[in-house]
Design a protein. Sequence first.
Length: 518
Amino acid sequence: MSKISKDIVLAVKAIKRKNNRTSVRQISSQLSSKLGIKVSKSSISAILKKCGLSSPKGRRVSGRSLLRVSSHWAGYFLFLGADAFLGLSSAVAACFRRSFPSIRLTERNLRDIVLAWILAKVIYTVDLTKVADYEKDEIWQILGKRVSKGLLARFIQTFNSLQLVKNEIVTEINHLVQDVHYLRFDLEDKSRFFIDGTFKTIWDGPHIPINFCSTYCNVNSYVETTLLKGEPVVIFNARPESALSEVLAEFIFAFDGSSPTKRIRNIRCISSKGIETKEFTHNVPPKMNFVVGIWPWQYKPIAQLEKKKATGYYFNEAFEQKYPCVEEKIRFAQHIENKEVMLRLILIKETDAGHARIGLFTNMDEHEFPGEDVVRKFVRRFPFFEDSHKDFLEVLKTPAYADEFPDEKKILGQAQAVRSSRDADEVFAVLVDILNSFMQRSFLAPACWGWSLMKMRELFLKQSGRIRRDFVEDSICNLLVSDRLQNLSELKAAALRFNESPVFDADGKKMWIRVDSA
């Protein structure tokens, strides 16, 4: 590196930043053809690594689903995200598979048909069962080339003839949408702390805004696959905002397992009505890894540590952002019992020598998880943490009331219409309503909860004739644009909640939304 001039370093950085997916070999070729400079691949790799622009294997953006969204397209992706988050189309496909196991369609193809019907039903006013009479090419325009005309006819006929499918759908929706307002952690000394249903914040009491509700399926999956399986629990921030309180100490000593009196006895899921829905008493390990965000004004040692230059970097390819980081070990004390535990404090800095953006407390082993890996786990969950903080404060200012929140009672009331539906067409109209309500509660601000997808549809010219897939996709984007989402701040807030939610596509890849101002 010492023999490489600054001009070469600048040229390499410029090429990489112009297109972060450019490989080392391509950079070497561009330097040779455009500038007449021959630089070895090892030297280019060293430059990229030193500048924090290297792309480690397994972290390519191609491994994730990244959606660039303008206000015009916002609702379409939020609607698809609601289905991926709730898993509604997958659940309906599974119900159909159980009721009719001999159908010659894979579960993935069944899910695609269900989702395509839901999207078509958003704009189409003619009975969807008539689609089975269309020509093969026209069916492919609607549902894609995953199903033949004969299989579609059998799908519709069987769906309409099996009341069992309708009953199973209602039961499955009941299982999917159960509210979890918060989780209560009971400790050995009979003290307790709370984490909201979205696993975002540590609270000292159950007076948590209902906006932070999540579904039982999501919480249960997170507890079983993360909390109880050794994966670190990533918490956005500990309250209150002004200073670190004893509730954070309760959390740290409970998860670290260093104090017998603070070990976790059980974890309980509590609904929005204050009812316990599940208790996790078995297999709670004595020690669990965690990452907790701390704002610079909340912890004095951050001011000293931020004077040091960054010693590591994490580059988030999905959002094209570089995160310089520096860390040191600290003694974190619990004043009530006069106990202390050693933690790692990792700062994410603005620049190599700049101010701290946020600090991270973690008990993860430094040899197994370097600082860059800890930063990656936090940023993967909260890619825009400063904006998330502003949105968090906004929610605290305008907390939702139970009678306003689109909770499980409202959604289950909608689901009951499935049982009384006359045919598949009516069933899918109900599914559209359910997804619309779930999208509102999961991603949109309270000011947007009054918006109705079905009312928006009435404002658009109803097209006569047959469906075209491109028309469906184009029209649904228009239909899912509301006046509130045209406001960029509302759209950014919705995108933040989308990004912080476990939204995965059919291949299990995390879906992210990146908002464009245009």
